[in-house]
Design a binder for this molecule. Structure first.
Ligand code: EPS
Length: 361
C-alpha cells in the first residue's frame, strides 16, 4: 500500500495516488468529508483563516462506488489561494522555514506560500488515510484515534477521549478548553507561534503486524510521522522516558488475561504485540511569523523578514487527523504485508515448542 502526493499550496490543485489498495472497498466522495473537515483551515479563529472547500474528486480506481484494485487518484482543487500575500517574501528566507533548504537543493522554488512545503499537502495524506482507516475498521476492527497532548507548556489534566471531537483543539480535558482559548488568543495577538504534541493510539491491532528487522513497525511509524510538515520528534510507547527507567519497571508483565502495563507502546521487536499502539509526535512552532526577524535574501543581502498572510499560530492544533492518517496508512501496509507472508491476518496460532526446555539448561 503506497501513497504519493502532488501539488503546491497555491497551485491549481493538490492530489494523491494510492497504489496497492485492496479491491472491494466501498469508497464515495462523501467518505472523505469528516476527516478533511477535522484537518481543514478556517474552522476556528485558532487556525489559518484560509477557506478551502477541500472537495475530493475521485479520478480513478473506483468503479460504481467500489475500489477496483487499480491506482486510486484523488484530486482537491485549491479555491482560496492568494499568492499576492507572498510577493514580499518571494526572495527572502524565513528563518525556520523549508524555503531555505528547497532553494539550496533545487536552485528554484515556488514562492507562493509554502509551495510544496506547505501543510496544505497534508490534506491528501488525510484523504488517503480515510481509505486505510475504513479497511482497517471493516476487516480488523482497528480504530485509530488521536488527541492533542500538549500545547506549549500546557498539558491536559484529564484524559477523556470522548470529548476530543467537541472542541477545536482535539483536547482530551473539556474543562481546560476555555483556558486554551485565552492562551491561543493571547498568542495570536502577540504574533508568535508555539509547538505542540499529538498522541495517537490504535486499538484492535492484532499481534504479528510489522517486520522483525527491516521495516519494523515502529521504524515505519516513525518515518511516516516524521514525514509530516513541522514534526521534530516521534516517540513510541514511553519513548524517551525509557532512558530513566529500570528494566524491572519498563517490562510489561504478561499474564493469561493479557499484559499488565504498556510501556512498550504495543510493539516488541518491530512487531505488534496485540496491545494498544501508542505514538507521540512533536510539532515545532510554525516559522511564518509577523514578528520581524533578521535574515538573508537569495542574493545574500541581509533583510528584515515579516511574514503576513493566513498562518497557523500552532500547526499542531490541526495535526491530530494527519497523525491518525499516517498511522492508519502504515498499519494497512503492514497488515497487507503480513497477510502476504503469513496468510490470513490474525489466524496464525503460535506453536508451542515440542521439546520442553529443561530448567537450568
Ligand atoms: C501553511 C500556510 C497557510 C495555511 C496552510 C499551511 O497557507 P497559505 O499559503 O495560504 O498562507 O493556510 O494550510 C492550508 C492551506 C491547509 O489546507 O492546511 C504553511 O505554510 O504550512
Amino acid at each position: 500500500f503506497r501513497v504519493t502526493t502532488f501539488g503546491e499550496s497555491h497551485g491549481p490543485a493538490i492530489g494523491c495516488v494510492v497504489d496497492g489498495c485492496p479491491p472491494g472497498i466501498a469508497i464515495a466522495p462523501e467518505d472523505f468529508r469528516h476527516d478533511l473537515d477535522r484537518r481543514a483551515t478556517g474552522k476556528s479563529r485558532h487556525t489559518s483563516a484560509r477557506h478551502e472547500a477541500d472537495e475530493v474528486e475521485i479520478l480513478s480506481g473506483v468503479y460504481e462506488g467500489v475500489s477496483t484494485g487499480t491506482p486510486i487518484a484523488l484530486l482537491v482543487r485549491n479555491v482560496d489561494a492568494r499568492s499576492k500575500d507572498y510577493a514580499q517574501i518571494a526572495e527572502q528566507f524565513r528563518p525556520g522555514h523549508a524555503d531555505y533548504t528547497y532553494w539550496h537543493k533545487y536552485g528554484i522554488r515556488d514562492p507562493r506560500g509554502g509551495g510544496r512545503a506547505s501543510a496544505r499537502e497534508t490534506t491528501m495524506r488525510v484523504a488517503a488515510g480515510v481509505i486505510a482507516k475504513k479497511w482497517l475498521a471493516e476487516k480488523h476492527g482497528v480504530r485509530v484515534q488521536g488527541y492533542l497532548a500538549q500545547i506549549g507548556e500546557v498539558v491536559p489534566h484529564g484524559y477523556d477521549l470522548s470529548v476530543v471531537e467537541d472542541n477545536p483543539f482535539f483536547w482530551p480535558d473539556a474543562a481546560q478548553v476555555p483556558a486554551l482559548e485565552s492562551y491561543m488568543d493571547a498568542l495570536r495577538k502577540s504574533g508568535d507561534s508555539v509547538g505542540a504534541r499529538v498522541d495517537v493510539v490504535a486499538d484492535g491491532v492484532p499481534p504479528g503486524w510489522g517486520e522483525p528487522v527491516y521495516g519494523k513497525l515502529d521504524g515505519e511509524l516513525a518515518a511516516a510521522l516524521m514525514s509530516i510538515n513541522a514534526v521534530k520528534g516521534v516517540e513510541i510507547g514511553d519513548g524517551f522516558a525509557v532512558v530513566a527507567q529500570k528494566g524491572s519497571e519498563h517490562r510489561d508483565h504478561i499474564a493469561p488475561d493479557g499484559f499488565a502495563s504498556n510501556h512498550a507502546g504495543g510493539i516488541l521487536g518491530g512487531i505488534s504485540s496485540g496491545q494498544q499502539l501508542r505514538c507521540s509526535v512533536a510539532f515545532k512552532p510554525t516559522s511564518s511569523l509577523r514578528l520581524p526577524v533578521d535574515s538573508l535574501d537569495i542574493h545574500g543581502n541581509t533583510v528584515e523578514v515579516v511574514t503576513t498572510g493566513r498562518h497557523d499560530p500552532c500547526v499542531g492544533i490541526r495535526a491530530t487527523p494527519i497523525c491518525e492518517a499516517m498511522v492508519a496508512l502504515v498499519l494497512i501496509d503492514q497488515a497487507l504485508r503480513h497477510r502476504a507472508q503469513c496468510g490470513d491476518v490474525g489466524t496464525v496460532s503460535p506453536r508451542v515448542p515440542s521439546v520442553a526446555v529443561e530448567a537450568g539448561s
